[in-house]
Design a protein around this ligand. Structure first.
Ligand code: GTP
Length: 331
């Protein structure tokens, strides 16, 4: 079985982190989220993954110099210009000769979905495409999917008003496609899989869906990226991770509460970290207090940081206070 993983987005909502590191290369529990995703695909029998790349392909190629994650072989398809989700899937599939049933995954989703169950459901449905769905508390900010008792998708309702739909299920970003879906995607322009391609498959009655209540998070925003890390640390999921990666330096008097420190980061004496992620290369000087923040750059002595995102080039001065900020601000 082959898979296409979408990793070519700009990740604007996670700036300035994504000015230097593409979102799917950011770590969850000390490991790039793309590597965790490929492991999950491998457990479903996926042997080959095509990375649908666009913006900033180099870090992926550099991170996996042997072109493998475990036993899974990586293929790279670099778009000459962003083609949006469906355009990217077609480009990647054409580029690497995919001609059988295949899996598609968004590179920024963290979930405990058993991908093999989605493949089995797809075969049972006899579908042309099958989507994984996840429930949300407030569907008004999402595209909601209505499904009948047989699993067939009836319609998509974009940002529903109260009472417009009884469904609280949203597209969870993992699909199984027959290759015929590719023929529906025009080439050479941007095409959105949700807004265009799925609508066509629904019209032909060939789109099905499998809702599950597996752990699921879209890491696209700083708050959700933090939560995905903290949940893995705190044992909310089947697996868990350590707070401090081997190769990180954490001074003996530092206090960590629901926080992660990556290899190559350094935490000084008396530092207090709460619900935060300190990434490789970051420097946190003695006495700094950091809460609900992501740090890639440096935090000075006795500085106070809350609700902030500090990129590689961000530097919080000694004794400074930073609240709900992004440093440096990128345009
Ligand atoms: P934002 O800029 O913060 O919205 O993030 P994003 O660029 O990642 O967009 P979004 O979260 O909507 O994208 C969902 C998935 O599709 C992510 O895994 C993206 O990497 C990927 N993606 C989005 N647009 C493209 C594209 O034009 N080409 C490719 N190859 N992937 C894309």
């Amino acid at each position: 079985m082959r898979a296409v993983v979408l990793v070519g987005g700009r990740g604007t909502r996670l700036r300035p982190l994504t000015d230097h590191v593409p979102k799917p290369m950011l770590p969850i529990g000390h490991r790039p989220m793309i590597a965790r995703l490929v492991d999950r695909l491998a457990a479903a029998g996926v042997t080959d993954v095509t990375l649908a790349l666009g913006f900033r392909p180099e870090p992926f190629v550099e991170a996996f110099p042997h072109g493998r994650v475990g036993d899974v072989v990586l293929h790279y398809a670099v778009e000459p210009e962003p083609l949006d989700t469906a355009g990217a899937i077609r480009f990647a599939a054409d580029h690497t000769g995919i001609d059988g049933t295949f899996v598609v995954a968004n590179g920024d989703i963290v979930t405990d979905l058993t991908v093999g169950d989605l493949i089995d459901a797809h075969r049972r449905f006899g579908a042309e495409a099958t989507l994984h769905l996840t429930p949300v508390d407030d569907p008004s900010a999402f595209g909601v999917v209505e499904v009948d008792r047989s699993g067939a998708v009836l319609r998509f309702v974009e940002k529903p008003a109260p009472g417009e739909t009884t469904s609280n299920l949203i597209n969870a970003g993992t699909y199984v496609f027959e290759p015929s879906v590719l023929d529906r995607i025009p080439t050479g322009r941007k095409v959105s899989v949700e807004r265009e391609t799925f609508q066509q498959v629904v019209a032909d009655g060939r789109l099905y869906a499998m809702p599950t209540d597996d752990y699921w998070i879209d890491t696209g925003r700083p708050e959700t990226y933090l939560d995905a890390n903290i949940d893995l640390l705190n044992g909310v999921r089947a697996e868990r991770c350590e707070a401090v990666a081997s190769g990180a330096h954490v001074a003996g008097s530092a206090v960590l509460d629901s926080s992660l420190v990556d290899a190559g980061a350094s935490i000084g004496e008396g530092v207090r970290l709460t619900a935060s992620v300190v990434l490789g290369g970051a420097r946190v000087a003695d006495g700094a207090v950091i809460e609900r923040s992501i740090v890639m750059g440096s935090v000075g002595r006795d500085a106070r940081v809350r609700g902030s995102v500090i990129g590689v080039d961000g530097a919080v001065a000694d004794h400074a206070e930073l609240v709900d900020a992004r440093l440096p601000e990128s345009g």
